[in-house]
Write a protein that binds this ligand. Structure first.
Ligand code: IPD
Ligand code: CA
Ligand code: CA
Length: 283
């Protein structure tokens, strides 16, 4: 495929996905606006799902399949239901988190979103993250910049962790195998930055880095659907998403940092390495 015909194909994927995600906003919002949203607990005691997660994912998959029968899917709820391991091939693959921030959704915090990424030949080429409560549509396709409701956005110019507002993920600390690593990294990073916020949604946090509200973000041990959409949006907004130890991150196992600038990314990786070497929790 020539460069320009590949570009046109990606634009088509982007246009259709953007419209579909927008249409799913009111479907999910119906659940958010209820005084009490019913939910179930998945395998982990802190992992929740509502009927709206399933509804939105089904709508997205049905709509995208109809428009693009050649594409593959990695969807959070589909993966959970089938107890399957996500597989990423070279085929165009939609990576879907129907509601990222389900705890926020259930408890009526506004930080939850619908997140869709598209990878072709294992490279992210489309990212769409919609936050219905505030009607914020973040979107990007490869090489075309990142947008919030159609207006171009860019990351901050922050180059030093001491000047940075850092987005921390506090929610995986309950998981025993990674508890110590998380505590050490969070303490190290928050002890060295100018401010710290925990949004309760990885995809929302990534968009906050893309628009310059946060300067950086770090998380290990999440899933492809938490990161795929937001990662491309950050890159297209001029920032970086890398492996938390440096180098390229893996879409299937996204242990990563996001940063506005390479200098800030280096500060973060240095601190993460220092944190990982700590044998006690004195900072
Ligand atoms: C969660 C969010 C949250 C992260 C959790 C994830 P979900 O996704 O991304 O930021 O800390 O670990 O499970 O379950 O609401 O889609
Ligand atoms: Ca998620
Ligand atoms: Ca989810």
């Amino acid at each position: 495929m020539s460069d320009s015909s590949e570009e046109q194909t990606i634009q088509k994927y982007y246009d259709v996905a953007l419209e579909l995600v927008m249409k799913c906003g009111p479907v999910a919002s119906e659940g958010y606006e209820q005084a009490k949203t019913d939910y179930q607990t998945k395998d982990a005691f802190y992992d929740f799902v509502t009927v709206y997660d399933k509804k939105v994912e089904d709508l997205l998959i049905a709509g995208l399949k109809k428009a693009f029968p050649e594409t593959q899917f990695i969807g959070e709820e589909d993966t959970a239901t089938n107890k399957s391991e996500p597989e990423l091939t070279d085929a165009p693959t939609w990576i879907i988190d129907p509601i990222d921030g389900t705890t926020n959704f259930i408890r009526r915090f506004p930080n939850w979103c619908i997140s869709v990424g598209l990878a072709i030949r294992k490279e992210l080429v489309v990212g769409i993250v919609y936050i219905p409560v505030v009607n914020e549509m973040y979107s990007a396709w490869k090489g075309q910049g990142a947008y919030l409701n159609g207006q171009r956005i860019s990351v901050s110019k922050c180059t030093k962790i001491k000047n940075a507002v850092f987005g921390a993920e506090l929610s995986l600390i309950q998981y025993p195998p990674i508890h110590d690593k998380q505590i050490k990294r969070i303490c190290k990073l928050t002890s060295n930055c100018s401010g710290c916020r925990s949004m309760g949604s990885a995809a929302v946090s990534l968009c906050y880095v893309a628009r310059g509200s946060l300067d950086c973000f770090a998380v290990d041990d999440l899933h492809p659907w938490d990161i795929a959409g937001g990662a491309l949006i950050i890159r297209e907004a001029g920032g970086l998403v890398q492996h938390s130890k440096g180098g390229e991150f893996s879409i299937l196992k996204p242990d990563c940092i996001a940063a506005a600038t390479p200098e800030l990314a280096k500060d973060m990786i240095d601190l993460i390495n220092e944190a990982d070497e700590l044998t006690d929790f004195t900072f």
